[in-house]
Design a protein around this ligand. Structure first.
Ligand SMILES: [Zn+2]
Length: 391
């Protein structure tokens, strides 16, 4: 918390409108027809989660092209999808799927309104030019509960040659409408529920302890954390539990709101290079790293003193997660570790990350933008230990 009397200064930006609740997907077709006349619909590989939304769009009679995304989107995939959208003369983009579909849809909506190639605008590997035009209307309909991408201002694309994940990023990319319907996640299989749910948890912990946290993101994280804590095991054990799915959908949405306005930390600092180089799902990478990053941050904050507020935040996280009003920061770390084991999320070694990769990944993570939100600067030795513990 900010000390009484301290100066508070922040900005907060999100989707223009958020619609939340079981069944709320029914508004999509009508809202698409208000936003435009020709639609590109980006979906996941499987038809199932988006079937309802697609059927209602077909029934509305709007000329529609469906674009299924294959795995996590690449720059080449973004180019191909933009080309298809241009040929269709699409003036509105819908994405109905997991984080990959939403990121690709968000990139396409931005690139339809801005001339040139994705590389002109990509940070790190591209020219990093600023987008100048607001995206064409973009409607995001998540079918997983994890990334919160329906309310964020960036789209993650991988650059295969560079084995890297980088973002198109601009406030002009914020979706026009986020439609978060927990019923769309009911059929999500347990392994995906676990991995995406651990991403949601990470995206509530990291912004809360971030050096860029503000009172509004704090409130959002404090509301989201107990929901994920009580619901993730239940959603994993019984996917059709709508109450648990509703908590997880809120937790994911709140994580997106928080990370877009308060940044992340070392878990996501590592997740960027690991996700670019190894075939590991983002949520599983976060799950493997979250306990060891929490432990390292708590240890560094204790050893080096200074910011007791950040340490207090870890204690508060622990109490929200465990439901124990006397829990310590270390209890919170142990709780997350046990959760990961119960959800059977594999560690990084299962995806081919080995000791020989550690130095390279540590140096890449040090340069990652998320690292700047971490509550305390960790040195290379500390980062090495974090990664080794997650293998
Ligand atoms: Zn994440």
């Amino acid at each position: 918390m900010n000390a009484a009397g301290s100066v508070v200064q922040f900005a907060f930006a999100t989707a223009t409108e958020i619609a939340f609740g079981p069944g709320v997907r029914r508004i999509v077709a009508e809202r698409v027809s208000i936003a435009g006349s020709r639609v590109l619909v980006v979906t996941g590989r499987s038809d199932r989660p988006s079937a309802d939304v697609l059927a209602s769009l077909h029934a509305s009679g709007l000329p529609l092209v469906r674009w299924p995304v294959e795995g996590e989107p690449t720059v080449a995939a973004a180019r191909a999808a933009v080309e298809a959208a241009r040929q269709h003369r699409a003036d509105v983009v819908v994405a109905c799927g997991g984080g990959s579909a939403i990121d690709l849809g968000k990139a396409v909506a931005a690139l339809l309104a801005n001339p040139g190639d994705p590389l002109d605008y990509l940070e790190v590997v591209g020219r990093g030019l600023a987008l100048t035009e607001r995206s064409v209307p973009f409607i995001a309909v998540p079918t997983t509960a994890g990334t919160g991408a329906e309310v964020t201002r960036n789209a993650v694309l991988s650059v295969l040659e560079g084995r890297q994940k980088v973002s198109l990023r601009s406030p002009l990319m914020l979706p026009a409408l986020a439609v978060v319907d927990p019923e769309l996640t009911l059929a999500l299989p347990p392994a995906l529920t676990a991995a995406t749910g651990m991403d949601a948890l990470t995206q509530l912990v990291e912004p809360y302890v971030s050096v860029k946290a503000n009172p509004l993101t704090d409130a959002i994280c404090l509301e989201g954390l107990p929901r994920v804590a009580r619901a993730l095991r239940r959603a994993f054990a019984d996917g059709h539990n709508l109450e648990a799915r509703t908590d997880m959908a809120l937790g994911s949405l709140f994580g997106g709101l928080a990370l877009a306005n308060a940044a992340l930390g070392a878990v996501h600092g590592f997740a960027a290079p690991i996700g670019g180089r190894f075939p590991a799902p983002h949520g599983a990478v976060c799950a493997a790293l979250l306990p060891s990053v929490m432990r390292a941050n708590v240890g560094a904050l204790q050893d080096r003193g200074g910011d007791t507020d950040r340490l207090d935040r870890y204690t508060r996280v622990a109490r929200l997660l465990t439901g124990d009003t006397c829990a310590s920061a270390a209890d919170g770390v142990a709780w997350v570790e046990r959760l990961r084991e119960d959800l059977k999320v594999p560690s990084l070694g299962a995806y081919g990350v080995a000791r020989a990769d550690v130095d390279d990944l540590v140096s890449a993570a040090t340069r990652a933008s998320s690292m700047r939100g971490n509550p305390i600067a960790l040195d290379a030795t500390e980062l090495r230990d974090v990664l080794l513990a997650a293998l």
